[in-house]
Design a protein around this ligand. Sequence first.
Ligand SMILES: [Zn+2]
Length: 186
Amino acid sequence: MSLPPPLPPSSAPEPDAAPKACVNCGSIRFSTQTKLPVCEPCRVAMIKHPFPFWVILASATVTLLLLSSMALSRERFHAALHLATTKKLAKQERWDEAYENYRGLMAVHSDTESLLDYAEAAFNSGHKREAAQALDTMAGRRVSKDEERRYNTLVYKFQLEQQQRQALVPVMPLAPVNVSPIRLNP
Ligand SMILES: [Zn+2]
């Protein structure tokens, strides 16, 4: 029985020797304050500015965006809350308060439903001109069947009132006005 042949010499490279110079600037004078392969000036610089400038700038930008989006959603949240409160006022037929609230909200909420809410509150609190203006802005909008009914009711109220004021003819029911809004679901 013979001995097995000797193993071939290992081809694995020798592990890298420790850096002979500062990994940052190449200086051969290592810092005595750390075991890391850096020179003293580089060590001090790294401690002072542990993050490159672009990292700082990017994180500052992200923070700013986050803060502004938080502020925006807070604003929207408050507007929504305000709208809910106002709807409640209208439900309780506190028309003067509802009208005042809606007036401030119209800049943010100009959807058809809010416009109708506003027009109703305006009409019922005696702000007829504002109600008429709100109805005017609805011309040509796509509305639901319920929104069309509310629109018609308001227009009808306007006509009734006009008749009463003029007292030319006795008040009698009118056929609902042929509204200008386009209904969504025929
Ligand atoms: Zn260095």
